[in-house]
Design a protein around this ligand. Sequence first.
Ligand code: C2E
Ligand code: MG
Ligand code: MG
Ligand code: MG
Length: 284
Amino acid sequence: EAKKNRHQKSLFFEPSMGQRLAYKVELEHEMRDAIERGEISLHYQLQKNIQTGHIVGVEALIRWNHPTLGPISPVEFIPVAEETGMIIPIGEWVMKTACRQQVEWTRQGYGSLRMSVNVSPYQFQDELFVEKILHTLRETGVDPENMTIEVTESLAIRDVEKVSAQLRLLRDTGIRLAIDDFGTGYASLKYLRTFEPHLLKIDRFFVDGIDIETERGNMVQAIIAIGRSLNMEVLAEGVETIEQLEFLRAAGCDEVQGYYLSRPLPADGVEQLLRGPFQMIRTV
Ligand code: C2E
Ligand code: MG
Ligand code: MG
Ligand code: MG
């Protein structure tokens, strides 16, 4: 309880560099057996096609609930996992867990929801990265067409040749590729030609205030136009209001994700929404 308070405090007081380092070292230490101790789980957030009104898939988002530190945000621990190499086993666990869930939902008759999995640029440095993913898909029985791999633009800053080759291998099997947080990273438009993603995910920065601030709305329209012209689908992240959703639909955005539809939820929470009147309520 004392530890928990200390952690929560750090949200309100700017911690010193020493405190930050100590916390990072603590995370690094605690992370080692977090999976074995059952502290790591996945939540899933619905993705909806706003032109057809269909729920098309879910994004898997990792959660770490530490017994004394409390819930730790992936924004905080993924960078630590990347620095320590722990991102490799964690990434494998995420992929396997997400695949099992996708198959389970298909088996239970929820339809073939697409599963979107976030992958760190560091995972591409693993020589066996592609092989491991294909193995997991085969082992669990996920149709590659129902798997989307989300990468951020920062993937583009190193080893373009190697990464392109890996992405090509993945897409050749039918796996879909998404550029996450589009518009906030380092990638030039050139990389869109090189990586040829299926989906652009517009960062929620642009969605926030979209219906109020003309410039943001214009930027979103421009991103949608880029996606269109390169035959990509476009998804807007962080949609929290009906006004934002309506703006996006009118602008021709294909899909949305955000608190307006649903927060990221544990699997049973998603099932409740899919079983309930949800689809009708939100088919605006
Ligand atoms: P992301 O992939 O861009 O995920 C979207 C983030 O926005 C999620 O935060 C989600 O909870 C949040 N979000 C969704 N809808 C809304 C909304 O309407 N309003 C607001 N304010 N936020 C919304 P989360 O779950 O904390 O994840 C943060 C980031 O951590 C992710 O950004 C992703 O980059 C990374 N991450 C999460 N899970 C994994 C994972 O399994 N592997 C890797 N490598 N990275 C992950
Ligand atoms: Mg993502
Ligand atoms: Mg994103
Ligand atoms: Mg993000």
